[in-house]
Design a protein around this ligand. Structure first.
Ligand SMILES: [Mg+2]
Length: 257
């Protein structure tokens, strides 16, 4: 077993929408052949863990189910330990991850608000219900701090700006369970069982992926695919690298191995 490991972001690194990016599948195969373990770490909050895993498998991106980490799986465990009556501001596609938990019931004050990329669910009414719960003292648990993501039609708003909206309105700070939060990266490092400096994060989001992982002490490579924009290079933390795509990033890792 190798004494190093890799964390991959999914959207914009391995997938463009539903389609594997060039060399994505080959890169994972090469790591497997080199006996280098990897986890997939996504802030996607529009699909349940099971649906996401199935979609990945269907396009040839094969990973053990417990090597796919989503903020919702972390949140589900957090809620079991901390909350009785959560109010969910999430996408319907994510609901399955929380089916085992009880949701807020009418006339009962929620004791936590869980926010992900709710898409069309970000209505005034839903946001205001969440705002009132937070003002009444419920902690705000954020599944993603990402500002935007790449869709085939262009960039789209992610959960981050809506988390900021509620933080600003209520004068509080959310508990972040997605990237770039330390809790999410900490869970990934715990599963790998390796010191952070033996781990490399490969992502297309310079803040959520690269700055977040580097703050935990990992190596990091920003790929120039997905949501990458040339100005992102100025935000690279010291020591982080840049590569044209996931294939080039993995070439570099294997060459250094
Ligand atoms: Mg991405």
């Amino acid at each position: 077993m190798s004494n190093q490991a890799v964390l991959f972001d999914i959207g914009g690194v391995l997938l463009d929408g539903e389609r594997p990016l060039p060399r994505a599948i080959e890169s994972l195969t090469r790591l497997r052949q080199a006996d280098i373990p990897f986890l997939l770490l996504t802030n996607t909050t529009r699909r349940s863990h099971a649906a996401l895993w199935q979609a990945l498998t269907a396009v040839g991106i094969e990973v053990a189910a417990d090597h796919l980490l989503t903020p919702a799986s972390l949140a589900s465990a957090w809620l079991r330990d901390h909350a009785r009556c959560p109010y969910f501001l999430i996408h319907p596609g994510l609901q399955a991850d929380f089916d085992a938990l009880q949701s807020a019931v009418p006339d009962v004050q929620p004791d936590v608000v869980v926010i992900g990329d709710a898409g069309d669910g970000f209505t005034y009414d839903h946001l205001n219900t969440a705002f009132r719960a937070v003002m009444a003292g419920a902690p705000l648990v954020s599944l993603s701090d990402s500002r935007y993501f790449q869709e085939p039609a262009g960039l789209s708003l992610d959960a981050g700006p809506f988390v900021r909206l509620l933080e600003c309105a209520a004068g509080i700070q959310a508990i972040s369970l997605g990237k770039p939060g330390a809790l999410f990266f900490g869970e990934a490092l715990a599963r790998l069982g390796l010191p952070a400096d033996r781990v490399t994060m490969i992502g297309d989001d310079v803040i959520s992926d690269i700055q977040g992982a580097a703050a935990m002490g990992t190596q990091a490579i920003l790929v120039e695919t997905g949501k990458y924009r040339p100005g992102d290079a100025a935000l690279l933390p010291s020591g982080a690298q840049q590569a044209a795509d996931v294939g080039a990033a993995v070439d570099r890792l294997l060459a250094a191995n």
